[in-house]
Design a protein around this ligand. Structure first.
Ligand SMILES: NC(=O)c1ccc[n+]([C@@H]2O[C@H](COP(=O)([O-])OP(=O)(O)OC[C@H]3O[C@@H](n4cnc5c(N)ncnc54)[C@H](OP(=O)(O)O)[C@@H]3O)[C@@H](O)[C@H]2O)c1
Length: 286
């Protein structure tokens, strides 16, 4: 793919910093970046679905990176067509965050219409997508962010938006069917969430601590609630569904800042802060 725009994710920092050495190995420097939107430049001889010139966006499944480049190689199953009318910057903001939100809510959380979900870390890349996707699924959404982003969460469709600085999200009027822990802080989110989950509720975490991983194993021995961690996976059909929702106006990818290619370092400093609103995108080519 000739990359036109690259969407940044906290994963890029984790690869660069060496935190994921146990997955990536230790051969540094490493290529970074997993989200890209651009044009198919060439295809392998067994690829039949794509041809040079197709406008596509995609996610690199493995922790190897490479999307923060002018050219990048994707699996044919990890890309989808950019819908008519959607530009490269918007398309590059979709893959990792929106796939994660979709798979967390629909596949791991089994969220259904009328159910109640608590989103912890609701104003960043995954959270801003999760609020909107939970509403598409017909759920009641309680979103947790800093005080500065409470109104922003309401603007994305949250039914209730709370601040982790001034409110207590663990005292709801009604229990939750699902808690999605997006933010990977050290606080004991899952211990606090257990009493506010329905008896057959689910707790899905994106960044598990070792103790939380132990709880995942333990919870297999107990009936409920269930704890889950999963690594997001690129799938053409999921990317296509997200693209369809974008064209239907049900999902608006949240791009808070677009950086020119030579400001990759500044973009990384911002993504490292863990307080980015929505997504950051790097414009690689015009
Ligand atoms: N398992 C997977 O496959 C997978 C996939 C994608 C992402 N992830 C992980 O998921 C995490 C979130 O990704 P992202 O792209 O959404 O990151 P992000 O864009 O940096 O967003 C981080 C969010 O966390 C919130 N936050 C910060 N401190 C908080 C606190 N003390 N309590 C509650 N929320 C807090 C921030 O809100 P404020 O700015 O309002 O403070 C912001 O909304 C990252 O650690 C990433 O590595 C995992």
């Amino acid at each position: 793919m000739q990359v036109h725009a690259h969407g940044l994710n906290p994963k890029d920092y984790s690869i660069r910093s060496g935190h994921l050495q146990w997955i990536t190995g230790k051969r540094f420097p490493m290529q970074i970046g997993s989200d890209a939107a651009g044009v198919v430049e060439a295809v392998g001889e067994k690829v039949t679905h794509w041809k040079p010139g197709d406008r596509v966006f995609g996610y690199l499944n493995l922790y190897h990176g490479g999307a923060a480049s002018e050219f990048c190689r994707f699996s044919e199953k990890a890309i989808a067509r950019i819908p008519e009318g959607v530009d490269y910057v918007t398309a590059a903001a979709i893959p990792c965050a929106n796939l994660t939100a979709l798979q967390a809510l629909r596949d791991w959380g089994r969220l259904k219409a009328q159910q109640r979900v608590l989103l912890i870390g609701a104003s960043g890349g995954v959270g801003s997508a999760a609020i909107q996707i939970a509403k598409v699924l017909g759920a009641h959404v309680t979103a947790v962010s800093s005080s500065a982003n409470v109104d922003y969460c309401y603007s994305l469709g949250a039914d209730v938006a709370l601040s982790y600085q001034t409110d207590n999200p663990y005292a709801p009027d009604l229990p939750y069917d699902l808690v999605l822990q997006v933010h990977g802080g050290r606080q004991p989110f899952y211990e606090r969430s257990r009493p506010v989950l329905k008896r057959r509720g689910r707790f899905v975490m994106l960044v598990p601590s070792p103790k939380a991983l132990a709880n995942i194993v333990l919870s297999r021995l107990l009936p409920w609630p269930r704890y889950y961690f999963f690594p997001v996976r690129a799938r053409t059909r999921d990317l296509a569904l997200l693209g369809q929702w974008v064209t239907e106006g049900k999902l608006v990818p949240q791009v808070s800042k677009v950086y020119p290619y030579d400001q990759l370092v500044e973009a990384h400093r911002q993504i490292d802060s863990a307080h980015t609103r929505g997504k950051l995108v790097l414009r690689v080519a015009d």
